[in-house]
Design a protein around this ligand. Structure first.
Ligand SMILES: Nc1ncnc2c1ncn2[C@@H]1O[C@H](COP(=O)(O)OP(=O)(O)OP(=O)(O)O)[C@@H](O)[C@H]1O
Length: 252
């Protein structure tokens, strides 16, 4: 576990807010190693999503460098960085094409970039494989392969987003409060699936969550973002000793 998969050095993001310069991220230094599963917590407005946006290229760093899977990417567009990064958002509607069926969505995600084709014969040939993949979710997705995703439950749709995001082993997986819109039971089911996929495939992953129990339970490292800075970084051993109450102090 020594390969650095993501490295941010002196990354700052400043934007103009009216006549004033607003600092969104300030001198972020952070290395993520291959297979690290890091939970990210912090108050509303702390800069967690901004951190994901600057890693993903939706926001450009004002200064500093970002290295991803050995490539310098801080000047690259979000589209170019997408070859390395998969992201799952809070809204289950964001990750799938609503009018397309589950099978069609899986076909689009398969072989990232090289589309499998959406002709019915090609899809039929893959039904067995799609059913096997969908069955991992444990929520009946395999019985809904021919349904448009807009007819799925939020939990099924988010499970599909997660499967699609991770199908081709991204260099980096960004989970942006991906269980926040789900009921507690469904949220836990998606977290169980997330853990299975991330740890089972040894993926490098950053996961933002407001659920302190999940921040403690999952992953091998925990970081705290506050006012645009990483103010705490707990490795697996330190994280194992943390309690819910310790984390809540960051929100006092
Ligand atoms: N493009 C932008 N221009 C100006 N301000 C921005 C921009 N993007 C984010 N901000 C501001 O930066 C701060 C950090 O926002 P961010 O969304 O990263 O917080 P967060 O930690 O993800 O919060 P939450 O937990 O509420 O999702 C906020 O004050 C937000 O309004």
């Amino acid at each position: 576990m020594t390969d650095v998969q993501l490295s941010l050095k002196h990354v700052s993001v400043k934007v103009m807010a009216g006549a004033e310069v607003k600092t969104l991220l300030s001198d972020i230094n952070f290395d993520l190693h291959q297979g690290d599963f890091v939970t990210v917590i912090g108050t509303n407005g702390a800069g967690k999503s901004t951190l994901f946006n600057v890693i993903g290229g939706d926001l450009q760093a004002t200064s500093g460098t970002i290295e991803l899977a050995g490539d310098r990417v801080e000047k690259e567009s979000a589209e170019k960085r997408a070859r390395h990064i998969a992201r799952v958002f809070q809204d289950p509607k964001m990750g799938t094409a609503p009018r397309m069926t589950v099978s069609e969505n899986l076909a689009l995600a398969m072989h990232r970039g090289q589309r499998l084709g959406l002709r019915s014969r090609a899809l039929k040939q893959k039904q067995g494989e799609f059913a096997r993949i969908a069955a991992q979710t444990g929520n009946g997705l395999e019985a809904a392969l021919d349904k448009p995703t807009e007819e799925l439950s939020g939990g099924q749709r988010q499970a599909l987003s997660l499967l699609m995001a991770t199908m081709e082993q991204p260099d980096l997986l960004l989970l942006d409060e991906h269980t926040a819109a789900l009921d507690p039971h469904t949220s836990q089911a998606i977290m169980t699936l997330t853990d299975k996929i991330v740890t089972g495939n040894h993926l490098s992953c950053l996961m933002i969550t407001h659920q302190m129990d999940d921040a403690l339970k999952y992953g091998n490292r925990l970081i705290v973002v506050d006012a645009g800075k990483i103010v705490a970084d707990y490795d697996a051993a330190a994280k194992a000793k943390l309690t819910n109450a310790d984390l809540l102090e960051y929100f006092a």
